[in-house]
Design a protein around this ligand. Structure first.
Ligand SMILES: [Cu+2]
Length: 489
């Protein structure tokens, strides 16, 4: 553990004064409408019309700083994002994205206990007004690694509010932050988070990003202010969109669901799909539609039309790394050499082995003496052959490392690659181009979806690990880094 220094308390006090002054000049707000033009109140629809598929989802995050604990016990300073809604789900390692009804119910309790999923400090859902004191109490030093996970379903509208609470350990910095959905089919650059072409969020301000969800897939997100610095310092998170095919009823085909969706969006024959919510191609009808829904527990990675991306459980895993020297100078007011950056902690979703298989969230005591959830995402993969229908696990691998390429490999369980960079591997004739391998290599800004199929695999514990052997370490120590376990039972 790093000992806490008296000067840290002085910084904290100074930052609090600055933050208070800033707060009086600006305002925090959230935006999470229950109904929208695309998702109107069903009670107001003309008789006989079908409600639009999907719904309104919301999430609020803080942009600020915090600490995380590495597998060797070292505390590392973060510029990062923390949860201001969905706290209970995030503490359980899940996405913090909630339907409007839950988000608008407002948060109850102590943020460090994370017992409810409502929006912190929300005073009035109609006006979006929040209590700034609640936001600061919850948001200061609550940065997590990775940043809060987001997950939406195709046809959803997503309202994401970023609130910049300032970096209390670095009161000399007046850092803006943004949210950039990498590789995402955004309707407008305004919500793309690239500051040169859009807006950036100042300390004491909030901004609500708006997204539709046209294409299922595994994406990821990060801050786009001084990317080498803010990404290295921890402002990276996971994002995925679940396909329409999950909503297909047993015994019916995705074709029928797409048909109904198109009718609901104004098509007279149910085939033309030209609005915002239907930019993806409609899959061909399956030869055996009933097989698409073997059980209610089965989900799909993509709109495959043939059930080939079905799985029982999913595990988002983000490849990333920290350079402790860079983080040290980042908290000690020294200049950072971007070109000298070299990761020494190699992480799966903010943790090095054996922390990757820790079934609990990991907390870190910050400079104010309060322990907060710091690394909530577990990477222990479990495939239950007894109760599973498909006996497959979907691993959504994304890479947001700033300095390294990484290879992830398995022994004993082949990986079937079904998609790269949120695109199903399928040729123009509709044939699957999936392939089996025992390793995938990703650079920063790439994602791969793989299915682990345990059908013919004996029960036991297997490993998902990097074959970059220097990445199997926690800084100086051996036996750590980018590795996790796959339990087949
Ligand atoms: Cu940032």
């Amino acid at each position: 553990m790093v000992s806490r220094k008296p000067h840290q308390f002085c910084f904290a006090l100074l930052m609090f004064c600055i933050a208070s002054a800033t707060l009086s000049a600006q305002s925090f707000r959230v935006q999470c409408p229950t109904y929208t033009t695309l998702h109107p109140n069903p009670a107001t629809l003309p008789a006989g019309s079908t409600p639009a598929p999907g719904g309104v989802k919301c999430q609020q995050i803080s942009g600020g700083d915090g600490f995380a604990t590495m597998a060797d016990g070292h505390q590392i300073f973060l510029f990062g994002f923390g949860p201001l809604s969905g706290l209970a789900d995030i503490k359980n390692g899940l996405p913090g994205t909630e339907p409007a009804s839950i988000f608008n119910a407002a948060f109850t309790g102590d943020p460090t206990d994370a017992v409810s999923n409502g929006a912190v400090g929300l005073l009035n859902p109609a006006t979006g007004l929040v209590n700034p004191a609640d936001i600061m109490n919850a948001g200061v030093m609550n940065a997590e690694s990775p940043a809060p996970t987001m997950s939406i379903d195709e046809d959803d509208e997503f309202f994401l509010t970023l609130t910049n609470v300032g970096m209390i350990m670095r009161p000399d910095l007046f850092e803006q932050h943004t949210v950039h959905f990498h590789g995402y089919p955004n309707a407008s650059s305004f919500f793309d988070g690239v500051p040169d072409a859009s807006v950036a969020i100042n300390i004491g301000g909030s901004f609500t990003y708006y997204y539709t969800a046209p294409d299922a897939g595994t994406y990821f997100w990060h801050c786009h202010i001084a990317p080498p610095e803010h990404l290295q310092m921890g402002m990276v998170g996971q994002l995925y969109v679940r396909p329409r095919q999950n909503r297909v009823a047993t015994g019916s085909s995705l074709w029928a669901a797409a048909h109904a969706s198109n009718i609901a969006h104004g098509s007279s024959n149910g085939i033309v799909c030209s609005d915002l919510l239907c930019t993806g191609e409609t899959p061909l009808p399956s030869a055996d539609p009933g097989a698409l829904r073997a059980a209610a527990s089965v989900k799909y990675a993509y709109n495959d039309g043939d059930g080939s991306t079905a799985y029982d459980s999913e595990y988002p895993i983000q490849l990333m790394g920290f350079d402790p020297n860079f983080h040290f100078v980042g908290t000690t007011f020294n200049p950072e050499g971007f070109a000298d950056m070299k990761d020494k902690y190699f992480l799966l979703s903010g943790r090095g082995y054996p922390d990757t298989v820790n079934p609990n969230y990991i907390t870190t005591e910050a400079a104010d003496g309060v322990s907060r959830p710091s690394q909530p995402v577990r990477s222990l993969i479990t495939i239950d052959k007894t109760n599973g229908v498909t006996k497959k696990a979907l691993v959504r691998i994304s890479d947001l490392s700033v300095s390294e390429f990484s290879t992830l490999a398995t022994i004993g369980i082949p990986m079937q690659v079904i998609a790269i960079n949120a695109r199903l591997l399928r040729d123009m004739a509709g044939k699957n181009m999936y392939y089996k391998t025992n390793s995938v290599t990703l650079g920063g800004g790439e994602s791969v979806d793989v299915l682990l199929d345990a059908t013919n695999v004996p029960t036991g514990t297997y490993f998902l690990y990097t074959t970059n052997l220097d990445h199997l370490s926690n800084d100086a120590e051996n036996f750590g880094g980018q590795m996790t376990e796959i339990v087949v039972k």
